[in-house]
Design a protein around this ligand. Structure first.
Ligand code: PEP
Ligand code: MN
Length: 379
């Protein structure tokens, strides 16, 4: 259940309320907005009884949350979650401006990583991607450079100032990867590796959680809940295509998942058009569709010489094609009331919160609904 407090609740009354809930054996999750604070309660709320709570000081309303995910649900949060990155915390995922992450599938060496990073940065990407530990279908395929790849990512991060996202596959590697990366990527194949999800939940690093090959949207949100339950609320969800009967594309991009997720959760949602389509010529149209459908960002594979890439060359854009994709995406972003990568836009977006707003948000009459409908365009 969630407890909606009165606008004038005092800090002491809020503390007493939290103590009361926790004394009944429940866990609490507090979300503070400019005008309203919400206390989410997780556990057996029969122990509390709705009626007893409504008489406590500072309680306006008590509402049930019927979804299996709690911390990830829109009801548990006042407005959208914006994930801040980089040393200056000035890259914001989940604000008004889209954030594009780009780079090679795998880190293959120093020169190619530098070249790719400079090219994608010049085209407007804000975050550098690159796999050091690679989940490959065949044990005989290139498995990534491992810790040497992490060191190269850190080196290029320092040279360009770009935050870095890279995959972690093993719970034993979480601290090592977190020491080099700004975002910990959980790959599609590990979306339900619950030990790994709990482990990344324990570190204070944003997590990019990719949807499993055949995972439902609810399963994706429950995977996010595993991370959040350990105290790490900075989860970015990624739709990267799901497996269907279609064989013309590597996967099927589930465009509908974007608005569904935006309705269900306050977490940012990005799209990977590279793994979804599996072919370079599909990347731009899928990226445009994703932005039109409300994605907060993209993650795209770019390689200086795709024909000789050690992994996923067929779906990698060469730098010129990536710059053209960015121009196409910027036009769609503008059409739906969003920019690409502008810090001003991000600040504005995160302050205004969600344009969709939860039912609760609109019921509460917060500024979010009205202000963002005007700012980000109607849906
Ligand atoms: C990747 O991003 O390189 C990757 C392996 O993606 P996914 O887990 O979505 O297949
Ligand atoms: Mn790849």
């Amino acid at each position: 259940m969630i407890i909606v407090t009165t606008p004038d609740i005092t800090p002491d009354a809020l503390d007493r309320l939290i103590e009361h809930v926790e004394a009944a054996g429940l866990r609490t999750h507090v979300s503070r907005g400019a005008h309203r604070t919400i206390v989410g309660c997780i556990g057996d709320d029969a122990a509390l009884g709705e009626h007893g709570l409504t008489h406590l000081e500072g309680v306006e309303r008590v509402l049930p949350v019927l979804k299996p995910y709690k911390r990830a649900s829109r009801e548990f949060s006042v407005g959208d979650t914006a994930v801040r990155l980089g040393d200056a915390r000035d890259t914001v995922i989940g604000g008004r401006a889209l954030v594009v992450m780009a780079g090679p599938c795998s880190v293959e060496g120093r020169a190619m990583l530098h070249t790719t990073a400079q090219a994608v940065q010049a085209a407007g990407a804000r975050v550098l991607r690159g796999g050091a530990f690679k989940p490959r279908t065949s044990p005989y395929a290139f498995q990534g450079m491992g810790s040497d790849g992490l060191a190269l990512l850190a080196e290029v991060r320092a040279a360009t100032g770009m935050p870095v996202v890279t995959e972690v596959m093993d719970p034993r590697h979480v601290d090592m990867v977190a020491a080099h990366a700004d975002i910990l990527q959980i790959g599609a194949r590990n979306m339900q590796n619950f030990a790994l999800l709990s482990e990344v939940g324990r570190v204070q690093r944003p997590v990019l959680l990719k949807r499993g090959l055949s995972a439902t949207i609810t399963e994706l949100l429950m995977a996010a809940e595993y991370v959040m339950a350990q105290g790490n609320g900075d989860v970015i969800l990624c739709e990267r295509g799901i497996r269907t009967y279609e064989t013309a594309t590597r996967n099927t991009l589930d465009v509908a998942a974007i608005p569904v997720l935006k309705r269900e959760t306050h977490l940012p949602v990005i799209v990977d058009p590279s793994h979804a389509g599996g072919r370079a010529e599909l990347v731009t149209p899928l990226a445009m569709a994703a932005v039109a459908a409300g994605a907060d960002g993209l993650i795209v594979e770019v390689h200086p010489d795709p024909a000789h890439a050690l992994s996923d060359g067929e779906q990698s854009l060469e730098p010129g094609a990536f710059a053209a994709m960015m121009a196409a995406v910027a036009r769609v972003a503008e059409a739906v009331g969003r920019g690409v990568g502008s810090e001003l836009g991000s600040e504005l977006g995160s302050e205004l919160g969600s344009e969709l707003g939860s039912e609760l948000g609109s019921e509460l009459g917060s500024e979010h609904g009205a202000a963002t409908a005007a700012t980000r365009g109607a849906w």
